[in-house]
Design a binder for this molecule. Structure first.
Ligand SMILES: [Zn+2]
Ligand SMILES: [Zn+2]
Length: 166
């Protein structure tokens, strides 16, 4: 299993792109460039949770969707969860020429001693050339086929991991 923290020692990007952090999400996290697509914004926001970059998470949430306690909620989530990996499943729109985009993903995090998954369809809109996260819909956990690799990124087959009949 790979863990957020491991990525920082190897300097590979937590978003799972297999690129170096400096050549991937870091450019957006440090504000050098705005993320060009909804998917890249989503990936960089995942990294921001790993890196506890609260300002980035707050600033990339669309102002009209922010709640009065947004910053507090973001901080609490970033501080309480240990992220284990990200898989982007599908994207709709969200390209540089689009104004809206949807990204469906599974993010794995540690819950007690076990891994848990967040399966979400996130919505994004672009305003003045910048992508923003608006809101998301939580979906039921992804259940791979028996012989496919488990969603938890243990490398084991689903039937030998979280899909085990107990
Ligand atoms: Zn990245
Ligand atoms: Zn598993």
């Amino acid at each position: 299993m790979f863990i957020c923290d491991d990525h920082f020692s190897s300097k590979s990007c937590p978003c799972g792109s297999q690129k170096l952090l400096n050549h991937c999400c870091s450019v957006y996290l440090q504000g050098q460039l705005p993320a060009p697509t909804a998917e890249k914004l989503m990936r960089s926001r995942y990294c921001a949770y790993c890196l506890k970059n609260i300002d980035y998470l707050f600033n990339t949430e669309h102002p009209s969707y922010r709640k009065p306690n947004s910053r507090k909620l973001i901080t609490a989530t970033a501080n309480s969860l240990r992220w284990l990996g990200l898989t982007v499943l599908t994207t709709e729109g969200g390209q540089p020429e689009d104004q809206t985009g949807v990204v469906e993903f599974v993010a794995v995090y540690q819950e007690g001693k076990s891994a848990a998954q967040l399966h979400e369809r996130s919505n994004f809109i672009k305003e003045k050339g910048k992508w923003f996260y608006t809101d998301g819909e939580m979906l039921p956990p992804v259940q791979p086929k028996k012989n496919e690799r488990c969603w938890c990124k243990s490398g084991k087959k689903f039937k030998q991991c979280h899909g085990k009949q107990r």
